[in-house]
Design a binder for this molecule. Sequence first.
Ligand SMILES: Cc1cc2nc3c(=O)[nH]c(=O)nc-3n(C[C@H](O)[C@H](O)[C@H](O)COP(=O)(O)OP(=O)(O)OC[C@H]3O[C@@H](n4cnc5c(N)ncnc54)[C@H](O)[C@@H]3O)c2cc1C
Ligand SMILES: *[C@@H]1O[C@H](CO)[C@@H](O)[C@H](O)[C@H]1NC(C)=O
Ligand SMILES: *[C@@H]1O[C@H](CO)[C@@H](O)[C@H](O)[C@H]1NC(C)=O
Ligand SMILES: *[C@@H]1O[C@H](CO)[C@@H](O)[C@H](O)[C@H]1NC(C)=O
Ligand SMILES: *[C@@H]1O[C@H](CO)[C@@H](O)[C@H](O)[C@H]1NC(C)=O
Ligand SMILES: *[C@@H]1O[C@H](CO)[C@@H](O)[C@H](O)[C@H]1NC(C)=O
Ligand SMILES: *[C@@H]1O[C@H](CO)[C@@H](O)[C@H](O)[C@H]1NC(C)=O
Length: 503
Amino acid sequence: MSHFVFLFIISMFINLSQGAQMPYMTTDPKEVSGKSFDYIVVGGGTAGCSLAATLSEKYSVLVIERGGSPFGDPLVEDKKYYGYSLINTDEYSSVAQSFTSVDGIKNHRGRVLGGSSAINGGFYSRASDEFVKKAGWDKDLVQESYKWVESKVVFMPELTRWQSIVQFGFLEAGFYPYNGYSLEHTQGTKIGGSIFDQCGKRHTSADLLGYGKPNCITVLLNATVKSIIFDANKTRAVGVRFMESDGNSSKSYKVHVEQHRGEVILAAGALGSPQILLLSGIGPENHLNDFDIPVIVNLKEVGKQMSDNPAISLLVDRFSQNLTVDPPQVVAITEGFKFILQSLVLPTNITTTRTAISAKIAFPKSKGRLKLNNTNPRENPSVTFNYLENKADLDACQEMVLHLQHVARSKTVTFFLGTQAQDKLVAGDEELKKFCIKNVRTYYHYHGGCVVGSVVNEEYKVNGVKRLRVVDGSTFEESPGTNPMATVLMLGRYQGIKILKEH
Ligand SMILES: Cc1cc2nc3c(=O)[nH]c(=O)nc-3n(C[C@H](O)[C@H](O)[C@H](O)COP(=O)(O)OP(=O)(O)OC[C@H]3O[C@@H](n4cnc5c(N)ncnc54)[C@H](O)[C@@H]3O)c2cc1C
Ligand SMILES: *[C@@H]1O[C@H](CO)[C@@H](O)[C@H](O)[C@H]1NC(C)=O
Ligand SMILES: *[C@@H]1O[C@H](CO)[C@@H](O)[C@H](O)[C@H]1NC(C)=O
Ligand SMILES: *[C@@H]1O[C@H](CO)[C@@H](O)[C@H](O)[C@H]1NC(C)=O
Ligand SMILES: *[C@@H]1O[C@H](CO)[C@@H](O)[C@H](O)[C@H]1NC(C)=O
Ligand SMILES: *[C@@H]1O[C@H](CO)[C@@H](O)[C@H](O)[C@H]1NC(C)=O
Ligand SMILES: *[C@@H]1O[C@H](CO)[C@@H](O)[C@H](O)[C@H]1NC(C)=O
């Protein structure tokens, strides 16, 4: 008995001192092939990891991730290398995968355990109460879920010199009140949370797996899911087919969910989840016919309502100052939550950086569409965002450029940078419009494709088939908060708890 108590105390001590245990990870497909699990989570990304950790409290969970491990990778974990993963991408193995939308705008997506939280700016900020209400979520459970995430991977940043300058720039441009450090989505200028800790170490969503129940999570890395397997009646998901990410694509493995309670949950992100549904025969019939994919459910809305917030970046320094790389820590939220401004210093190559002040339109009207380009699950699907196509977006963009110019020309910013680096002032409707069309870019907050109310129902279950859900950024009709990561992390926890309570 005393021996038991002793062990208990020791294990508590280990838990407290190390915080979390590493999940069991393997790259060997044979370790899972032919087995069954209660839940199969496809994509170990931002939502996938918090969801898997939560489900493991009661169930056996398999996470299948196409990329490798983030642990010990300096390109992921070290703030010194923030942004470097985006400048050196390759087709099939880099932690960031680049894609270009049909609009011609360059973009990125994560391809590693931790997903896009392993390559992003790490800025953490909750959604507004209004967003939560509109989503129909339980407010208390949302709070609890945010807090669960925050206690593990969110830190209060120590402002860098440049971020303090930008903060003064925002205030000089009139973005009031000043809210100090806050995780809430409130109008004005504030400092947000960060998944980089004070030592400059990034904590991706993969860290959350360590807070699940030990021995109940298996993580299969370097394995790309090709499609969902259905039962003979094609009414119920029973497992998935996958391949080794760098293996022969005609060699498939299968893994199943437990017959009486198991589910497949897609958490492959705004590009991955609609792509996997389409490859599995769930989508618009005519589109599936183009690729000879047998139709399981003619679900017309799959891949629709794709959206990316149009953004403009004013380059304020082209490397004369050559600041050290700097993820965003401060934001300005303009009146009516219409625009979100922030600033970052990103590398352009191994020796130089660029400093920009950027803004996005928070609620763009223009919508786009995702389609398959081919049936290879390792290739990007083809996606069109139709940036600024809606006149309201183009009008908003002009106003946004004026705000950005105010900040870029504020006393503090110009004094710090020296005036020689200033771009020409853009003014007048025609000039602003042209500037917007020429310079529109991504803020990396793209979402949609499996939107709630059309592709999935309120319980995040895919319409028309049983035991299949989608839980990630593809379910959003609007991007939540200033930046979506906080709410994507929260969503994994929230839906996980909902599922635990179902049974
Ligand atoms: C460069 C960049 C900077 C950003 N900066 C910020 C920021 O500072 N703050 C913020 O709030 N938001 C930021 N975002 C947005 C935010 O990171 C994303 O919205 C969020 O991480 C999306 O989460 P997700 O779970 O939907 O998808 P992801 O996190 O992308 O996860 C999807 C996972 O599924 C895997 N996958 C896909 N297909 C398959 C398949 N067929 N088989 C197996 N696995 C598969 C992928 O490899 C990936 O790990 C940024 C995004 C990017 C790209
Ligand atoms: C898994 O993939 C990563 C990224 O492509 C790679 O670096 C690593 O070597 C792979 N591991 C195995 C065992 O194949
Ligand atoms: C298929 O559907 C029929 C009738 O709906 C049912 O009787 C049968 O059990 C189903 N088979 C399977 C494998 O689910
Ligand atoms: C891939 O696997 C298939 C089936 O196992 C085989 O016929 C084919 O030769 C393999 N291709 C390569 C390049 O190894
Ligand atoms: C980096 O970019 C700058 C500016 O474009 C250029 O002058 C410099 O030569 C580049 N350095 C390397 C190593 O490519
Ligand atoms: C920028 O700074 C880095 C590190 O401080 C240095 O190695 C590099 O040479 C500088 N580049 C330029 C163009 O000044
Ligand atoms: C579609 O795939 C082909 C090759 O299969 C490629 O050349 C093309 O660029 C892709 N198009 C898009 C929009 O991704």
